[in-house]
Design a protein around this ligand. Structure first.
Ligand code: 5GP
Ligand code: MN
Length: 338
């Protein structure tokens, strides 16, 4: 169990001694990465701290309504400014990842920066590239952990609606609106506190979950109807999408979010994978139910990682070879399940 009191003191020490604080989230930021970073930004702003934010690349469109998101510097858009922000920072706080390659193009600049580095995260198997690692994989989200830290440091006195919204977004996106992932009574007590600050849950739910384009819904139907392959002998299903598929359905960043969970609702399937062809590589998303560690699977075969039941990875091979590699890995890891 994470000792919040201990980390509160250590984190406070770093915050009190920093003049230029930089917050960074992981590449392809999801609701938790953006939410935890924005929440911390609102908190530091309230303390009058000089704080900037960087995301390695663009936010998914369904997150850009969040207050403060227009103040996030995008590394691949403003490289020079972002490099300067990294160089001038004396404290860099990283959110929702624990492997430095999740910094994308910003990685090498962050690694060589002389700033003190703090990671706040909830993934398994952390790499050591920070001075302080605050991580607990039993938390629903990095946002939940950020909220506990901020509540501890401010002794419960920090109340701000933009902050609450950001924490709420992190928690409900990482749990798929409480369908999967880790959450417990404590998570709901935090949600209750957030509600008490006056957030509009219906508005946020609509913005996050009911904001899709027609073509995204059609892509979803196509993915399930044409591109889902069931392998009952491995209790596994996978969906693959080619670049041409994505173009046909006018793909926008974030459109395939959630697809990977759907095959898990098929009776007898407890491992699901989404394999997506991208311009520069192949992205894989893994989900499992119960006793199969997809973070280990992702790490071992696809240079990735994540959580026990939700992870991701990449491949630099062709789509065809990636699927072959996936099927071979499946035989090795789940051959006895047949
Ligand atoms: P998703 O499948 O939704 O992209 O990601 C599921 C989980 O795995 C998230 O917690 C995400 O941070 C992590 N993840 C996704 N892709 C990668 C990757 O390429 N490398 C690592 N280390 N983690 C990943
Ligand atoms: Mn997360």
């Amino acid at each position: 169990m994470l000792d919040i009191d201990k980390y509160k003191k250590e984190l406070s020490h770093y915050l009190n001694n920093a003049d230029n604080i930089l917050l960074i989230c992981h590449v392809n930021p999801d609701g938790d990465a953006a939410g935890s970073m924005l929440a911390f930004y609102h908190y530091l702003n309230s303390r009058g701290k000089n704080t900037s934010m960087i995301s390695p690349n663009y936010l998914q469109e369904f997150l850009t309504w969040m207050n403060g998101s227009d103040r996030i510097n995008i590394f691949i858009r403003d490289r020079k400014k972002c490099r300067e922000l990294i160089e001038n920072a004396d404290l860099i706080i990283m959110f929702d990842f624990n492997q430095s390659n999740r910094l994308g193009e910003a990685e090498k600049y962050v690694l060589k920066s002389k700033a003190k580095k703090v990671i706040i995260d909830h993934h398994l198997n952390s790499e050591s590239f920070s001075n302080l690692l605050i991580s607990d994989h039993t938390r629903s989200s990095t946002s939940e952990l950020v909220h506990e830290l901020v509540s501890a440091i401010s002794e419960g006195h920090f109340v701000d609606k933009n902050y609450s919204e950001a924490i709420y977004v992190g928690i409900i996106t990482d749990t798929g609106n409480f369908e999967h992932g880790y959450f417990n009574g404590k998570t709901f007590r935090i949600i209750a506190d957030l509600f008490d600050t006056g957030i509009d849950k219906d508005k946020i739910n609509d913005l996050l979950f009911n904001n899709f384009s027609e073509s995204r819904i059609r892509l979803l139907g196509y993915s399930i109807y044409e591109r889902m392959v069931l392998l009952p002998e491995f209790h596994t299903a996978y969906i693959y999408l080619t670049l041409a598929d994505l173009e046909r359905f006018n793909y926008r960043k974030g459109d395939t979010e959630g697809f990977v969970n759907l095959p898990l609702s098929i009776k007898g399937i407890d491992f699901s994978t989404l394999i997506t062809e991208r311009e520069d590589n192949i992205k894989l998303s893994f989900r499992s139910k119960g006793d199969f560690s997809v973070s280990e699977f992702a790490e071992k075969y696809f240079n990735g990682g994540g959580h026990y039941n939700a992870a991701g990875g990449e491949s630099n091979d062709s789509l065809e070879n990636t699927i072959k590699h996936f099927l071979e890995a499946l035989k090795k890891e789940r051959g006895n399940d047949a």
